[in-house]
Design a protein around this ligand. Sequence first.
Ligand code: NI
Length: 193
Amino acid sequence: MFRIVHYPHPTLSYESKTIVRVDAQLKRYVDEMFELMYEHRGVGLAANQVDLPLRLFVLNESGQEGVGEERVFINPTVGQPKASDEAEEGCLSLPGVYAPVRRPKQIRIQAYDIRGNEIDETVDGFLARVIQHEFDHLNGVMFIDRISSDLRLDVEEKIDEVVVQFNEERREGSVAADEEIVVARQKLEKRYC
Ligand code: NI
């Protein structure tokens, strides 16, 4: 079973790799990602947030199992940004940290779903924001990288608390050592990329 990794876990800043193969195991990983997302009351989760450095994210705008639509985006590209909009964001890899983030209000997303069907949609509002937040994760970018230095100062203390928690997890051994993370990553990339 996966767990959500917290900042500054190295996989969060790693640029995830393109997926060329979807198998039953990957589908099970996706199911586990949805479970974890609901458990932690999130609306979106990128694969690298469970230490799976592959270009894939899941979302359900409702944040509730059995409500709304579960969506999987594989190898997404985001383009055609229009207008801009600011709203508060948080992240399951940065518990307790919230800040307003300015992003394009409308975007076009192209991707594949878990069955290999093409997705090509122009979306706006909350959905566009969630997609951009998750898409950023795949490029190793977190929402705190997109806020002004003033705002960053406001949340620095909360970020430090997450770092302290991460270091504790490392000491306890619930977070793998850097070398082990690299070995696991190479195995996954060999299988899926
Ligand atoms: Ni996030």
